[in-house]
Write a protein that binds this ligand. Structure first.
Ligand code: PMP
Length: 295
């Protein structure tokens, strides 16, 4: 459950019980999906609870707002401190954190008036589960970069994600993989894609994807582990012919993919580059030495 009658959230400068927090129904966020959010994780480390990449996530929240003309009047250092307080007030150590910037009443298709912010948190296991995923290429494509600001984490974009995810699950798959409007590989509904071929990793380039903070972290880890990684435009056939693949995101972390549209990848997850990265990523978020890993 995301909240109960004791849950405290941060709402416009105050700590409020979730069950007592109210908002207006006449907002552009409610009616048009015109708002911005983040998904962040905190981990219980040997050095206490740590929010992973807190600055990067709040910076993206700010950039997302600026890209779609939602005024951002917040100080990110202060928001990070308030987020730690939310964790403390709810006795959370491992947690998923959800900041949301939303608009005040305005039924116009116009610039927003005032904005509000709320930050809530709850305990959330791996969002796509722990078992390997059966992926399916979606009939939905990601929004066209000339239709919206695809690099902003905008509430309304997630209608596309929900449609793709529901379609995949209705067909008996675990998750969808969306192409861009030109038919190149893009991303999952809430995660980025990497695939392995001949000992190298490949990932769709920026432009038609949400550039994930986990994706950037994986690219950094590849440098540490001396794994070659190439960003580019790739066709579905490149994934169909890959040796292994994984999805990554804050909520999903790093999760292996066993098959694409019913066809298994030839390299077993345990022997893949993704598995190495999964273990190294876990060490990183837990503040442990990176290579304290048995490969
Ligand atoms: N793509 C989409 C569409 C997402 O919603 C997410 C989750 N925020 C990601 C990629 C991964 O981003 P991150 O690693 O920053 O969580």
């Amino acid at each position: 459950m995301y909240f109960d009658d004791k849950t405290i959230l941060y709402f416009d400068g105050q700590f409020t019980k979730a069950v007592e927090a109210t908002t207006n129904l006449y907002t552009q966020t409610m009616h048009y999906g015109y708002g911005v959010f983040e998904g962040i994780r905190a981990y219980e480390t040997a050095n206490g609870t740590k929010i992973f990449k807190a600055e990067e996530h709040f910076e993206r929240l700010k950039n997302s707002c600026e890209q779609i003309h939602i005024p951002y009047k917040y100080n990110n250092e202060e928001l990070i401190q308030k987020t730690y307080e939310v964790l403390k007030l709810n006795n959370l150590t491992d947690a998923y954190i959800r900041p949301l910037v939303f608009c005040s009443p305005n039924m116009g298709i116009s610039r927003p008036n005032e904005v509000s912010i709320m930050i809530c948190a709850w305990e959330w296991g791996a969002y796509l589960g722990e078992k390997l995923l059966n992926l399916s290429i979606s009939s939905y494509c990601r929004p066209h970069p000339r239709s919206t600001k695809v690099e902003a984490k905008v509430c309304g974009h997630y209608v596309n994600s929900i449609l793709a995810s529901v379609e995949a699950k209705d067909k008996g798959f675990d998750e969808a993989l969306l192409l861009d409007s030109d038919g190149f590989l893009a991303e999952g509904p809430g995660s980025n894609l990497f695939f392995e071929k001949d000992g190298k990793l490949f990932t769709p380039q920026r432009g038609n994807i949400l550039p994930g903070i986990t994706r950037a972290t994986v690219i950094e880890l590849c440098k540490e582990l001396e794994i070659s990684v190439e960003e580019g435009l790739f066709k579905p056939e490149d994934l169909q012919n890959a040796d292994s693949a994984f999805l990554c995101g804050t909520a999903a972390e790093i999760i292996g993919v066993s098959s694409l549209d019913g066809k298994d990848f030839p390299i077993k997850w345990e022997n893949s580059l993704g598995k190495k990265l999964q273990l190294t990523y876990k060490n990183l978020v837990l503040d442990k030495p990176l290579l304290q890993t048995q490969f």
